[in-house]
Design a protein around this ligand. Structure first.
Ligand SMILES: *[C@@H]1O[C@H](CO)[C@@H](O)[C@H](O)[C@H]1NC(C)=O
Ligand SMILES: *[C@@H]1O[C@H](CO)[C@@H](O)[C@H](O)[C@H]1NC(C)=O
Ligand SMILES: *[C@@H]1O[C@H](CO)[C@@H](O)[C@H](O)[C@H]1NC(C)=O
Ligand SMILES: *[C@@H]1O[C@H](CO)[C@@H](O)[C@H](O)[C@H]1NC(C)=O
Ligand SMILES: *[C@@H]1O[C@H](CO)[C@@H](O)[C@H](O)[C@H]1NC(C)=O
Ligand SMILES: *[C@@H]1O[C@H](CO)[C@@H](O)[C@H](O)[C@H]1NC(C)=O
Length: 453
């Protein structure tokens, strides 16, 4: 069952990379409501017992040979019954007449644990024989066609009645996403990560209303994000493309969203109010876009949020309302670098006691660091450099010594530390240069804290 377990694990893996400190959670893809009622779930008799006579459907067997040849795996044609002599990467299930049907095919060396057949990168292609597998639920290709780039074949759309998982990661596919993929209406996982796909996201994908995970990241997709409203969707990753226009307000209809990553596109406009409907959202990354309008007041109702990354959006000279993040009790990562923010740092940030990482660098925050920051016991990384902050640093000695190079305070107007606070040698000179004790004149030009010796 390697493949059926694979996809949730990948999601988990992806999420645990992005959320290194977050407790793990699983995204479950159950096969329970599979339409092909003729198939019987359960242990496959194929391996041990051949007296019961289960044999692979001969047309599917021929199709598998073709698909294997097309990926340079000619060895498979020596196997007289592909469902019996099965290898990692093929899964079959018997029907009531005890005929074996292929339900899953996977290619590519994903990790040491998953020994799927590899592809000959120079000559592999997707064989149209795939359309002769009428029970196929999972199709997985990883790094198969990189040296022989082509388009995603439109015939994949013919797998509509059964296909639930389509993974074409890192294969060098060029050209558009075929609109025929919108015919795969039973799809739960669509993963086209890291190809060279261009053109816009087909509107037909809006028909895939059962999707739990949609990953189109690391392509060259243009145009705007179509209105997507997929109630079961957990993961939406459109990062690293060339998408333009606003975040559609229909996003609020994706009520189950856990991870939303639109980072590194060219999105404009503001964050829609409807975002407040995403009560399960854990990660929101819209960094490195061109979003320009103020954060919606509804943002603070994202009670599950643990990671908020808005870095590198030139929000037109905004100041942060003091209650901007008040509902985000679980917030661990707050990344607001290089956003052209001014005014004072909201004191309320110091009440988000789960915060581990705060980046407010490269803005024009002035005034002092709120005293409430002293309460952030779990803080392990703080960047306040390149602002106009002044006054004493309200952190405990332990916090400063623990963070070391992860505490960055340089290039501010006049930060200093109280004498006898034990800061001496705790501040790393590369990232907190020019900061001295609050009662001695600091050497920083323009310092506002000069007290007579
Ligand atoms: C694939 O082609 C490249 C040249 O394009 C060649 O160097 C390499 O050996 C080929 N690999 C295989 C497995 O045939
Ligand atoms: C599949 O999708 C295409 C384009 O979206 C459409 O023209 C075609 O009729 C569809 N085929 C089936 C069998 O639904
Ligand atoms: C997509 O890329 C191909 C080259 O790979 C190019 O010919 C085509 O014009 C591009 N299409 C769009 C819509 O950018
Ligand atoms: C700090 O993190 C630990 C888990 O590492 C957690 O149990 C604790 O509640 C956190 N402290 C605060 C003040 O949130
Ligand atoms: C911070 O800057 C604003 C102008 O952007 C100014 O009105 C305010 O007085 C400054 N506050 C402090 C404490 O310097
Ligand atoms: C100091 O920070 C400001 C932003 O507040 C930035 O514009 C400036 O380039 C920085 N100076 C240096 C020397 O990095």
């Amino acid at each position: 069952m390697a493949v059926q377990y694979f996809s949730p694990q990948t999601l988990l893996l992806t999420l645990s990379i992005l959320l290194p400190l977050v407790r793990p959670f699983t995204v479950i893809t159950s096969d329970s409501d599979v339409p092909s009622s003729a198939l019987i779930d359960g242990p496959q008799p194929a391996f041990s017992t051949n007296q019961n006579g289960a044999r692979t459907d001969p047309r599917e067997q021929e199709a598998v040979y073709e698909i294997m040849r097309a990926t340079g795996n000619d060895w498979a044609t020596d196997i007289s019954d592909v469902c019996r002599g099965r290898w990692h990467g093929i899964e079959c299930m018997p029907d009531k007449e005890n005929v074996q049907h292929v339900v899953s095919l996977s290619f590519g060396a994903l990790s040491d644990d998953t020994a799927f057949p590899t592809c000959d990168p120079n000559r592999s292609y997707v064989s149209e024989s795939i359309t002769k597998l009428p029970h196929l639920r999972t199709l997985f290709f990883f790094r198969c066609f990189s040296n022989n780039p082509g388009r995603i074949p439109t015939f994949l759309g013919q797998l509509g009645p059964t296909l639930q998982t389509l993974v074409l990661r890192d294969n060098g596919f060029v050209g558009p996403i075929p609109s025929e993929l919108g015919n795969l209406t039973r799809l739960r996982i669509l993963d086209l990560h890291k190809n060279n796909l261009n053109g816009s996201i087909p509107v037909s994908l809006g028909r895939l209303t059962g999707l739990m995970s949609l990953d189109l990241s690391w392509n060259k997709l243009t145009g705007s994000i179509p209105g997507l409203s997929f109630p079961p969707l957990n993961v939406l990753d459109l990062s690293q493309n060339l998408l333009m226009g606003p975040i559609p307000s229909s996003i609020g209809g994706c009520q189950s969203l856990i991870k939303m990553d639109f980072s590194r596109n060219q999105l404009t406009g503001s964050i829609p109010d409807s975002i407040s409907g995403l009560k399960d959202l854990i990660l929101m990354d819209i960094s490195y876009n061109r979003l320009s309008i103020l954060l919606p007041a509804t943002l603070k109702s994202l009670n599950s949020l643990q990671v908020l990354n808005l870095k590198g959006n030139p929000m037109a000279t905004t100041s942060l309302p003091n209650n901007a993040f008040d509902g985000m009790r679980g917030l661990m990562f707050l990344i607001l670098s290089n956003m052209n923010m001014h005014g004072s740092i909201p004191e309320s940030i110091g009440r988000l006691s789960n915060l581990r990482v705060i980046y407010l660098d490269g803005n024009r925050f002035n005034g002092s660091i709120p005293n409430s920051f002293r309460n952030l016991r779990n803080l392990s990384e703080l960047r306040l450099n390149d602002n106009q902050l002044s006054g004493p640093i309200p952190l405990e000695r332990e916090t400063v010594w623990r963070m070391k190079r992860k505490l960055r305070l340089h290039n501010n107007s006049g930060l200093c530390y109280n004498p006898n606070s034990g800061f001496e040698d705790g501040l790393d000179p590369s990232f907190s240069s020019g900061i001295g004790s609050c009662i001695t004149p600091t050497p920083t030009p323009g310092s506002t804290r000069t007290v007579q010796p």
